[in-house]
Design a protein around this ligand. Structure first.
Ligand code: AHR
Length: 503
């Protein structure tokens, strides 16, 4: 079979941006088995004194996730944060209308902050702008961030937390444009509320950063007018606008599926243009950046979830079982986020444990890594530093939705301090290998150091509690001649090529 060819040039002089580590953030919502039976399971053999699963903590720590959004998602739009603080025996159980579940409130803001500290992450805390508003957001930030001497800060102290949590990133509600959202709003209604709430929150703590809701996805009829209208109201108060999107291979067409990262690319470009349009209209010096704070593959579990009994605690919903092809798309989406590192400062893989997640748990048994765990792990570990502009040439195919799409997608990240250059590359072809020529002549004194590959003969292969069928392997190092080398990217593969400076 014919081999595809690709060409890439990377030069230390052509930088795009420093990577904000928060690009490798994630998300835990009170949804399904993410909290109850996921991060928290007091009866599990690895549970610590607070009931947090130790095996889950270890898997999360390996991913080095710097920021975790919490507590929702759709859940937050009906959440009373006061239910989740104070003595556990006095906390009420409530109907969670977003997911038709019972919320027992055994985990709330303080416990989640403790868990986040254990995994080494900061928290992006969302306030409820569905059923609630300014007052609840004000009391929550005062409870979390004010040192002492006021009703809410002293209440926190009385709950056993003498030091403020000092939460820096806050989300102003969730997907407020969606009819499914409790208390959903028009762009004008939401923009006004977000602006007034944000102003009050910054009066309580001027050091915080605020994320305002953009559209729930780029297919919403009001997109991107929503972004423009909301920003016209809230531009001065907020720092980031949220983007959400989930991808899927419902039509079982692998090449169309592999092209879906183009959608993420267009979406980011459009929202940047909208932010800059509003900046120009407002004659503002301030730039709004992007928080792509929900992104993932989500489609496998849709049918099963329709059959779920309502009103249980921690129902097994949104438990997508990810395949190799999903993992390769996740690699492409990570490349796309890195390509926009100059404006995308926060991104959250949604979600982290059991719910459309890289990490799964078995009740009473082990925790294990889904296929998508690996590209995220590699990008988080090796994708920190400076993104270099990475021009490439490769053969392309015709996608019904996106037109001509290159078989190759790639980005380079240079970590000067560590003397390391990493090239992330995906070969989208499910059938053909690609010979990729890399021109890295500006990297004097560098040598190929590693080639990590996620691939396999079956695009539908998946991992389970008993079997890790899709795991990274190591390729042979390419021959290196005067700063050039040539590597083979196997069909449908995620590749991490590492080059190190040698003394
Ligand atoms: O991540 C699952 C759900 O997807 C979130 O609750 C919501 O914000 C989005 O629609």
């Amino acid at each position: 079979m014919e081999t595809l060819s690709g060409k890439i040039i990377v030069d230390t002089s052509f930088t795009l941006s420093e990577v904000d580590p928060r690009l490798f953030g994630s998300f835990i919502e009170h949804l399904g088995r993410a909290v109850y039976g996921g991060i928290y399971d007091p009866d599990h053999p690895t549970a610590d004194a607070q009931g947090f699963r130790g095996d889950v903590i270890e898997l999360v720590k390996k991913l080095d996730v710097p920021l975790i959004r919490y507590p929702g998602g759709n859940f937050v739009s009906g959440y009373r944060w006061e239910d989740g603080v104070g003595p556990k025996t006095e906390r009420p159980s409530r109907l969670d209308l977003a997911w038709r579940s019972i919320e027992p409130n055994q985990i709330g803001t303080n416990e989640f902050m403790d868990w986040a500290r254990k995994v080494g992450a900061e928290v992006n805390l969302a306030v409820n702008l569905g059923t609630r508003g300014i007052e609840a957001a004000q009391s929550l930030i005062e409870y979390c961030n004010h040192p002492s001497g006021t009703y809410w800060s002293d209440l926190r102290r009385s709950h056993g937390y003498p030091e403020p949590h000092n939460i820096k990133v806050w989300s102003l509600g969730n997907e407020m444009d969606g009819r499914w959202q409790i208390g959903h709003k028009t762009a004008h209604e939401y923009g006004r509320l977000a602006s007034e709430t944000g102003r009050v929150m910054k009066w309580v703590d001027p050091s915080i950063e605020l994320v305002v809701c953009g559209s729930s996805n780029s297919r919403m009829p009001s997109y991107p007018d929503w972004e423009a209208s909301v920003l016209m109201e809230a531009y001065d108060e907020v720092d980031y606008i949220a983007l959400h999107n989930y991808y899927g291979n419902e039509d079982d067409n692998i090449l169309e599926y592999m092209a879906q990262s183009e959608d993420m690319d267009h979406y980011i470009q459009t929202v940047i243009a909208t932010c800059d349009f509003v900046q120009a209209k407002k004659r503002s010096k301030k730039q709004i950046n992007i928080a792509f704070d929900e992104w993932n593959v989500w489609f496998h579990s849709n049918e099963a979830d329709k059959k779920q009994e309502p009103w249980t605690i921690g129902p097994p919903i949104l438990q997508d079982r990810y395949t190799l092809e999903d993992a390769v798309l996740i690699g492409e989406l990570l490349i796309t986020l890195l390509k926009h590192a100059d404006r995308v400062k926060i991104a959250c893989l949604a979600q982290l444990v059991n719910v459309i997640a890289p990490i799964m748990t078995e009740p009473g048994k082990g925790a294990w890594a889904q296929t998508i765990y690996y590209p995220f792990l590699h990008a988080s570990r090796y994708g920190r530093g400076t993104v270099l502009r990475t021009p490439l040439e490769a053969s392309s195919y015709e996608s019904v939705t996106f037109g001509a799409v290159s078989y190759l997608t790639a980005i380079a990240v240079y970590n000067e301090q560590e003397g390391a250059l990493t090239l992330f590359a995906v070969n989208r072809s499910p059938e053909k290998s690609m010979e990729l020529s890399c021109d890295l002549r500006s990297f004097e004194g560098f040598m190929p150091a590693d080639h990590i590959i996620l691939d396999g003969p079956d695009p539908k292969a998946y991992n389970s509690a008993d079997q890790q069928n899709v795991v990274p392997r190591r390729g042979t190092l390419p021959a290196w001649e005067n700063g050039r080398c040539s590597v083979i990217l196997s069909p449908l593969s995620w590749n991490v090529l590492r080059f190190s400076k040698v003394d």
